[in-house]
Design a protein. Structure first.
Lengths: 382, 404
């Protein structure tokens, strides 16, 4: 990690909803921007204002070529640089950090949005993520790829349908305390286990609900951070990693990419034992089985011991997804931005009813691609 | 930004391209990415193990591949590495070079490989571009990237005869350059005498924008390897080319003359003005030895030369008429043949930076400028009049200027 540091000075979340039919994404982003400007005094002045905007959206979900074209004015990118992170949004934070550390900018706005409700089906879109020759033709999408991974992992790590129900029940309990979450109704374990099978062994309530949302953040250089906030949150580590593409080329339970991403992020942040060093973990659990799987990859659970991790209350012990996580509903493309925003609130002591006392260091994670082909890990410190 | 100081210097040390053509039937997207990456690695005499991070760019709605970097990782060599995917429309290729520059300069990575690819034969290019317009307000007016207004403006400003002659002079000059570039897509072998005939007979697309003026739809990929000054100084296979500065600017999509005609400053002009100002360049025509410009059509190219070089009145037309922009002219434009000759959209803007860097290295091939090239300018264009502009240098000897 370079000697200088980058701070997150403000975060704003749009409430996740199942179908924000009455609002265009430009309107959602404008709300987020105004929220940020209420928290921190900043503008788009050429000398002292935001010099770069890193947006995050997806051409498929927006059904627009150059999806960032539709909101550059809303983001204040009029005669300013705007670059679109076309991966999952957590990477936008990693990239925005590099813009500041490079010396090319000192105040960067990160703005991500997605309206999953606009598409006919998420599975139709993620089917297009498979190569046109083999994967797409057999009907693979991110849901049934997750089904293959879930079956393999549950067998290996002794994770049962009951464990998955426990994860969902807990996610909803925490989501009820998070005003930005989508699915906030308390559910019983029995209801989870009776919910329809989407793709064996993944049931409807094991899957993240369709959500519309937007997140914004203001990042500043170390020199300028305190102009915008009394409580800067510092980025001390970021890394991501790619795994192989074809599902058959991978051991779907190996956490190859996540382990490498975590290792590199921990090294940058000077973390030897994440279990001791990290107070809050926000993990992108698009499907319930992924929570223990990714926690293994992040080093909080022994490899292949996900079942025991749940039994022994690992998620509670390590303060995993007190926001409700992705199971409470975030758009896939910006779930990592929501994770990071929640981590920032925890470190600032502003997480309301789901606040952890005295949180000093937090981890935000995201995954991108079928069955977690790509992972990103962000370490934040108060 | 008040004080701009780059954290560390960054060099381009490897360049790889595929050939550019209308139909690459023998290769799929992954194979094209791989060819560009292997060419860049061989150019730099490195292996994929020397690369710390990959930056990928592809406008996915042309080929309809969701999250294409995941599949393309089979060719980009990203497995086990950090990877970013950035897209900004036509500018994406230049955005990737800017991003790779940022990632290396930041100190987060030492050696970064940027790769861009487009295979336009697999999609509907004009349909795809039309789809960028707002579905409620502008989509029914958008005709892809085909715009006739600039032709009309130039004709109004300089008279029909002179404006049409300038557009055809530029177009045929680009073809002459493309004829020297073995990788270029469209190489017609045009002669200047054919200009008036072509201007009258080439099919009209929109107004006086005719087929002959417009860029192609191409398949192609480009890769570049960037590294830190420390690494570059330990020795490189080819002479390093230094990135002095870059700038990007967008303009909102609202068409300003829809509700009353106010001509705003073009982002080309804005970027050029800012970039020269903060680098202490007072006479860009004199300073630069080559300009690789993103020129989607001959009309736009003629008009934009005035913007990029901050010229006044008809100075740009005079220069064009005098032959200042020829390969052996005062400030050669697009020795590669430019975008009019080859346009694999996501790779197009990166090709501008790559070709400018090749000119500085002196190994561009048959289209190499004969005299020494020390200072190069390269531009990207995309979205609704977005610009990305980059300055490249042969020597690491420029003075930091105290403003930003």
């Amino acid at each position: 990690m370079a000697a200088k540091k980058v701070a997150i000075c403000a975060v704003a979340q749009h409430k996740n909803e199942s179908d924000l039919w009455h609002k265009r994404f430009q309107g959602m982003l404008l709300d987020v921007l105004e929220d940020l400007q209420n928290q921190a005094e900043f503008d788009f002045n050429e000398e002292t204002g935001v010099n770069t905007i890193v947006s995050c959206s997806d051409d498929f979900f927006d059904a627009r070529t150059i999806s960032n074209n539709g909101m550059t004015d809303v983001l204040g990118a009029h005669y300013r640089a705007e670059e679109k992170m076309a991966q999952e949004g957590l990477n936008a934070i990693g990239y925005a950090m590099s813009v500041i550390l490079s010396g090319h900018g000192d105040l960067v706005l990160v703005m991500g949005h997605c309206k999953e409700s606009q598409s006919e089906s998420r599975n139709m879109i993620t089917n297009m993520g498979f190569d046109p020759f083999y994967g797409r033709a057999v009907g693979l999408d991110y849901l049934n790829a997750a089904g293959l991974q879930a079956r393999a992992y549950m067998t290996k790590a002794g994770v049962t349908d009951e464990h998955l129900a426990r994860i969902v029940v807990r996610a909803r309990q925490w989501a009820a305390r998070n005003p930005y979450a989508n699915a906030r109704e308390i559910v019983e374990g029995g209801k989870v286990m009776a919910s329809p099978m989407l793709c064996d062994p993944i049931r409807q309530l094991h899957a993240y609900p369709v959500s519309d949302g937007a997140v914004g953040m203001l990042l500043a250089s170390e020199e300028r951070a305190r102009e915008f906030t009394k409580k800067p949150v510092w980025i001390t580590g970021f890394a991501n990693c790619m795994d192989s593409y074809f599902l058959g080329d991978r051991d779907l339970t190996s956490n190859f990419a996540l382990k490498k991403a975590a290792e590199r992020a921990y090294q940058k942040a000077g973390i030897n034992d994440p279990k001791k060093a990290i107070d809050v973990v926000e993990v992108s659990d698009a499907y319930a089985y992924q929570q223990p799987l990714w926690m293994e990859g992040l080093g909080f659970s022994e490899t292949g011991q996900g079942g025991r991790f749940i039994e022994e209350g690992g998620p509670e012990k390590y303060n995993v997804n007190l926001s409700g996580g992705m199971l409470a509903g975030n758009p896939m493309i910006i779930s990592g931005l929501y994770r990071a925003a929640e981590a920032v609130l925890q470190l600032r002591g502003e997480a309301g009813d789901h606040q952890v006392p005295d949180a000093k260091r937090a981890l935000a994670h995201s995954s991108y691609g079928a069955a977690g082909q790509f992972h990103s890990v962000l370490i934040l410190e108060a | 930004m008040k004080k701009r100081k780059k954290n560390r210097n960054v060099a381009i040390i490897g360049i790889g391209q595929t050939s550019l053509s209308s139909h690459k039937e023998d290769q799929n997207q992954v194979e094209m990415v791989q060819e560009a990456v292997i060419n860049a690695l061989q150019d730099a005499n490195l292996t994929i193990n020397d690369i710390d991070c990959i930056v990928h760019g592809n406008m996915e709605l042309f080929e309809m591949q969701f999250a294409p970097d995941l599949w393309h990782s089979l060719g980009s060599g990203a497995r086990g590495k950090d990877e970013y995917r950035l897209t900004t429309g036509g500018t994406v290729g230049m955005t990737l070079v800017c991003a790779a520059d940022n990632l290396v300069a930041s100190g987060l990575y030492d050696t970064v490989l940027a790769v861009s690819i487009q295979k336009l034969q697999e999609g509907n290019t004009t349909g795809g571009i039309t789809n960028m317009a707002d579905p409620l307000w502008f989509r029914n007016l958008q005709t892809g990237a085909l715009t006739g207004t600039t032709a009309t403006e130039l004709i109004n400003e300089f008279g029909e005869e002179r404006a049409k002659r300038a557009a055809m002079k530029y177009r045929i000059m680009m073809d002459k350059h493309a004829m020297l570039n073995p990788r270029a897509h469209r190489r017609f072998g045009l002669e200047y005498e054919q200009g008036p005939d072509l201007a009258a007979t080439s099919p009209q697309l929109v107004g006086e924008l005719r087929l002959i003026h417009m860029c192609s739809q191409s398949d192609g990929a480009c890769a570049m390897i960037l590294t830190s000054e420390e690494r570059a100084k330990k020795g490189t296979a080819k002479p390093p080319v230094w990135i002095r500065d870059h700038i990007q600017a967008h303009r909102e999509e609202t068409i300003p003359n829809l509700f009353g005609y106010v001509k705003p400053e073009m982002t080309h002009h804005y970027c050029a003005r800012k970039l020269y100002e903060r680098n202490g360049i007072t006479d860009p025509v004199e300073y630069f030895d080559v300009f690789e410009m993103y020129d989607p059509s001959a009309w736009w190219a003629v008009d934009w030369l005035r913007e990029f070089f901050l010229l006044k009145g008809d100075e740009h037309l005079q220069m064009l008429e005098r032959g200042d922009f020829d390969l052996d002219g005062r400030i050669p434009i697009n020795p590669s043949g430019g975008v009019i000759a080859s346009n694999p959209i996501s790779a197009t803007a990166m090709l501008r930076a790559a070709e400018a860097a090749l000119q500085i290295r002196g190994d561009a091939g048959p289209h190499q400028i004969k005299r020494e090239v020390k200072h190069a300018l390269a531009s990207g264009f995309g979205g609704t009049f977005w610009t990305a502009l980059m300055m490249l240098e042969k020597d690491l000897d420029w003075q930091e200027v105290e403003n930003g």
